[in-house]
Design a protein around this ligand. Structure first.
Ligand SMILES: *Cc1c(COP(=O)(O)O)cnc(C)c1O
Length: 237
């Protein structure tokens, strides 16, 4: 009735087709279902349909869902702005953080990651369009940050993430994703191996897959429009 199962199947088909059209292996494109401001019932429907990776962008709502759905074998990705006073909860409850953009936050996440959980997987968020309102490290400061983060003992630096400005048209949409791919290639040449490019959402995932996305973060196309905060909290709580 909710339609999440059917939506997931359609998106997975579109991702597989995008990968084959781009000459890539569809198994190398992971789908993270972005469940922020969506009720637990929809997440459970997605989990029943076989979806394992979910993304949340606020600590409080994310923690609530991680806790309530513990034991379901799900993998949780933190994809929201990372405040340095909220690192502990993220280090203790999430498997991935896509939005590390400064060393202070990375150090805290590493220090606070519980031993028994294994290293926390992290991506560095790049402010790919140099937008004043968006978080992310600039390309010029990236090599130094990547090198410092790769040394932290309780983190596993996996890759790069971006959230570009909205663009119309496939060719336009590919440009920022191509730049992220090139930034990864440049880092790999300096001896920092990265297996993840986290890029592409509901409106631009095909372009992202064409430029090498290994993780796409898709919400609306799977779950439908997001609820307001109050409604979602009431449904979750
Ligand atoms: C909300 C969000 C998404 C998903 O956006 P949709 O357009 O609903 O697919 C992806 N990435 C981040 C960082 C988000 O905050």
């Amino acid at each position: 009735m909710i339609g999440v199962t059917e939506n997931l199947r359609k998106i997975r088909d579109l991702l597989d087709r995008a990968a084959s059209d781009a000459g890539r292996d569809p198994d190398r494109v992971r789908l993270v279902a972005v469940s922020k401001l969506q009720p637990l019932a929809k997440i459970l429907e997605a989990a029943d349909a076989g979806q394992r990776h979910f993304g949340e962008n606020t600590v409080q709502e994310g923690l609530d869902k991680v806790t309530k759905l513990a034991g379901n074998g799900l993998t949780w990705h933190f994809i929201g702005h990372m405040q340095s006073n909220k690192t502990r909860a993220v280090a203790e409850h999430f498997d991935w953080v896509h939005t590390v953009d400064r060393l202070k936050v990375a150090r805290r996440l590493s220090d606070q990651r519980p031993r028994e959980l294994g290293p926390l997987n992290v991506c560095l968020q790049i402010n790919i369009d140099a937008e004043a309102a968006k978080s992310g490290v600039g390309p010029a400061a990236l090599p130094e940050l990547a090198s410092a983060v790769s040394e932290l003992p309780r983190l596993n630096l996996r890759g790069l993430m971006c959230l570009p400005a909205i663009r119309e048209g496939f060719d336009e949409q590919r440009l920022p994703f191509a730049r992220l791919r090139e930034l990864r290639e440049a880092l790999e040449e300096t001896g920092i191996p990265l297996d993840t490019l986290s890029m592409g959402m509901t409106g631009d995932f095909r372009a992202a897959v064409f430029e090498g996305a290994t993780t796409v973060r898709i919400g609306t196309a799977i779950f439908g429009p997001r609820q307001t905060t109050l409604e979602a909290n009431a449904r979750v709580g």
